[in-house]
Design a protein around this ligand. Structure first.
Ligand code: ZN
Length: 364
């Protein structure tokens, strides 16, 4: 079986900074990716719109230049969101939107994931002038939706977790205060978040990673497969079923690919683990495997259309640019993804880290 698809878009990925950037960009281009939204939790963060590196922050303009030098000019579309910090002002939003440089902003809960220490509580943003300016100028808010500062049993247990708390307590307030704000709920992991997005108005969308469609907490814990450790952490079977149901709704337009591919050259630390799964080189294959595990026949017209919507069409439509006119192909055949060697050190892709082979192979 051959899948022939428009080149796809990864609307949530991490290219970091430094000498490994070209290898990360190349890995994305090599898997038929036509464009990306590259996250701003770099070191230092992308916390300004224009200008040179100063005051401990890159600008979108400066970071885009680095990405272009690393090979990202080969993408058809490149979006870098602004990292929302206490230094973000409404004037930055207005001027950035007017210049065309600012398309989106990223909300990180304080200390919620890798390099998230510059984030601020959502309550400090709601009804503030920054979100009002974004709403007025059509700047998209990308949200890492987890309630911050929860510890131990409150962070995750069978009845609730940081994401369900965020979608039950913060998101209704956010939508009520900013009814026109365009929002992407990033890397959703729970039934609560999937049902919230499905029931919300059309200008609320969501990205879903391959790992959250494929795996559960059991996969992570059995053998402590730390290459599967990302934030928000993979959840339970019922949550995975809800995510699969969301992407398999015929003609759905709200859910789209965002891998959250996050390279780490050192995954395990002295006592802990860096958060992020690297899926450069294998993301569309993993998505195809997830759709099949969810019961889709990708050889059928309907199954093909569902995967095409999710991977290639919905993301561009939500962000307001056309889908790719170029194509890429995958063939139903076993394949392996090798460890990516970079000048910063080797990075292990997710399926290799789990000791798994892919059932699809990129075919050119
Ligand atoms: Zn991310």
């Amino acid at each position: 079986m051959i899948l022939d698809l428009p080149r796809w878009f990864d609307l949530h990925t991490h290219f970091r900074q430094g000498p490994a950037m070209p290898a990360y960009v190349r890995a994305h281009l090599d898997m038929g990716c036509a464009g990306v939204l590259a996250m701003p939790n770099t070191q230092p963060p992308v916390a300004r719109v224009n200008g040179a590196l100063e005051e401990g922050a890159w600008s979108i303009e400066g970071y885009m230049k680095l990405l272009h030098e690393a090979g990202a000019d080969a993408f058809e579309h490149l979006i870098v969101p602004l990292y929302l910090t206490r230094q973000t002002t409404a004037a930055m939003i207005r001027e950035g939107a007017a210049s065309g440089m600012l398309k989106a902003c990223k909300y990180y809960p304080p200390h919620g994931t890798t390099n998230a220490e510059h984030g601020l509580p959502m309550d400090d943003l709601i009804e503030g002038e920054v979100l009002r300016a974004m709403e007025e100028h059509g700047v998209i808010l990308c949200i890492h939706g987890e309630q911050h500062a929860l510890s131990g049993p409150d962070y995750i247990d069978a009845g609730q977790n940081a994401e369900t708390r965020f979608y039950q307590e913060r998101m209704p307030r956010l939508l009520a205060a900013h009814p026109k704000l365009r929002i992407v709920c990033e890397h959703i992991t729970t039934r609560t978040a999937a049902e919230f997005v499905a029931a919300a108005p059309d200008h609320i969308g969501a990205t879903i990673t391959p790992q959250h469609l494929l795996y559960t907490l059991g996969h992570l814990i059995q053998g402590l497969k730390y290459h599967l450790y990302c934030l928000p952490v993979v959840k339970f079977q019922d949550d995975r079923a809800a995510l699969r149901q969301a992407v398999l709704q015929p003609a759905q337009a709200k859910f789209f690919a965002g891998t959250d591919s996050a390279p780490h050259t050192t995954k395990a630390t002295d006592c802990g683990c860096a958060a992020g799964c690297f899926t450069g080189g294998c993301a569309p294959q993993l998505y195809a495997m997830a759709f099949e595990e969810a019961g889709t026949d990708l050889g059928s017209t309907e199954g093909h259309a569902l995967l095409e919507r999710f991977l290639c069409l919905n993301g561009p439509a939500f962000h307001g640019f056309p889908p790719s006119r170029r194509r890429f192909r995958m063939e139903k055949a076993p394949s392996r993804t090798e460890v990516l060697e970079t000048p910063a050190g080797p990075v292990t892709p997710l399926p290799s880290g789990l000791g798994l082979e892919l059932t699809w192979r990129l075919a050119y």
